[in-house]
Design a protein around this ligand. Structure first.
Ligand SMILES: [Zn+2]
Length: 160
């Protein structure tokens, strides 16, 4: 019998607004506009969080961190990911790998690729070789002021 596996998927989108800091994957990115949202608007970490929660059927980011809750205004989305990871680990699972796609017109994420990957891997207490973060422009979608992120994550049950 093979290992017990779980897969989770996460998706999120946020609108760009001028004069807000841009944070993606927990790192600050130089850009004239940032992502709107109740928290820091980190579209990538929100999708990571939903993928983790989805893999263990533990609801979604909104059920754990409601946007109506003032405690989460401007929150660092890293705290959401840490919470979701704690739930995953407490249930006995570990990360096999994560594959993410960030879809946005600008900025180009190439210069940040290594830092993005390393930071997300560190947040998830896993190695960079298990984390893939790809960037695409939204061809044909006519969404130049929107950032989207899609994440798939695979979990493996730890040997007792
Ligand atoms: Zn979000």
């Amino acid at each position: 019998m093979g290992p017990d596996l779980r897969i989770g998927s996460g998706w999120d989108s946020h609108a760009f607004v001028p004069g807000r800091p841009l944070r993606l994957g927990g790192i600050d990115i130089a850009h004239p506009s940032g992502l709107a949202g109740h928290s820091d608007g980190d579209v990538l970490l929100h999708a990571v969080c939903d993928a983790l929660l989805g893999a263990i059927a533990a609801g979604d980011i909104g059920s754990h961190f409601p946007s109506s809750d003032e405690r989460f205004r401007g929150a660092d989305s890293s705290t959401f990911v840490r919470h979701a990871l704690q739930l995953v680990e407490a249930a006995g699972w570990e990360i096999v790998n994560l594959d993410a796609t960030v879809i946005l017109q600008s900025p180009r994420l190439g210069p940040y690729a290594t830092r993005l990957r390393e930071n997300v891997a560190a947040l998830l207490s896993t190695s960079g070789s298990r984390v893939s973060i790809k960037a695409k422009t939204p061809e044909g979608l006519n969404l130049p002021e929107t950032a989207m992120a899609q994440v798939v994550i695979l979990l493996r049950y730890k040997q007792p």
